[in-house]
Write a protein that binds this ligand. Sequence first.
Ligand SMILES: [Zn+2]
Length: 443
Amino acid sequence: MPQRILIQNGTLITFGAPCRVLEGHALLLEDGLIRRIAPPGELTGPFDQVIDARGKVVMPGLVNGHMHFYSTLVRGLGKAEPSATFQEVLDHLWWRLDRKLTLEDVEMSARIILLDAIRKGTTTLVDHHASPFAVTGSLDAIARAVKDSGLRACLCYEVSDRDGEAIVTEGLEENASFIRRCRAEGDPQLRALFGLHAAFTLSDRTLDRAAVMGRDLGAGFHVHVAEASSDVAVNRARHGLTPVARLHAHGLLGAGSIAAHAVHATREDMDLLAASGTFVAHNPQSNLNNAVGIADVLNLVERGVPVGLGTDAMTVNMLEEVRVALWAQHLRQENPTCAFMAIADTLFVRNPELATRLWGQPLGTLREGSAADVILLDYHAPTPLRDDTVLGHLIFGLAQATVDTTICGGRILMEGRRLLIDVDEARLASRSRELAAALWDRF
Ligand SMILES: [Zn+2]
């Protein structure tokens, strides 16, 4: 692996606030970090490799704030009955599927989607995993796929009471052992959170057990929150609290935790999320697909909630997701010009902040000292590309551009659209089709 890589002649887009455009600047990557950013001609060699980024935009690797690697093998599965509600989507599809997953399915699922992530320039993924009849070792299986991909992922196991006490205990232990492993190894590719499914499938006893274990480990939580109105209705009926209030009452919210969705958050919920600093992962494509509503990102942000962006496994293409987030928010607010900054910030400011917090080092921005997670896209700007126009270029132009090169931690994973990692993609896909066919037979 080259130690000193110079990327020159490109147009740099920094992300973060403010998001800057640095025309023709060069980027020096050294020992896994962005060591220097300098105007043309200032950086001198020797270099182990020089990448000419002429005609390209150079930006940070993208961050996905909420993902499910395990969903890959569902592609094309037509056996699920039609669903009229979100609960039926879970009953007819996801909860039938995840009960049938083996450890090999789980690992394969991750391997396939991670290759796609390299192609789309998504270098950091925050995953939320479920395989209730293959719990123990599932996070290690995913971690093997992550290691081989060269990307970064933060993993957790989604504990739920829906399959009984023994599987709850196994899920709690799987989280704890993987968190301990990450702490012990300090591997820059891997991080861990404590995973919980959603308040409507979790008893008070399980929430308390998770809270104690998470607190002892110093870990944040990653949980679905108020994704559908049914989550709110069930929690109110059984516990007299909204899901947000209930999670808060059990000590599960906080600056290190991720609440995915928050579609049906009340004003009081928003204030609880803001006061606790809980990160909300907005997943508009999934919400549209499941017809559960669209999170009120505009009000969440105005009330001080840090809102970032996930895909809930609908895609690994974060620029596609941020576009849809903008259209969906316009529809949600019935206003075609609102929320541009709130939505742009989800991907270009908040997701880098989330990754930085999880990894304990600057991630997701082109700054000196940030991790050397860098992507190059083919893009000749057809209109002025400056600090004050860059967000428009990202959402309306670069989102349609092709990712040419993907670098993570200073390691080049794809260059000239050719994967450089050790993988036989055709053979991998062939085995994946076999596993998918067998899974569909069991479904
Ligand atoms: Zn999800």
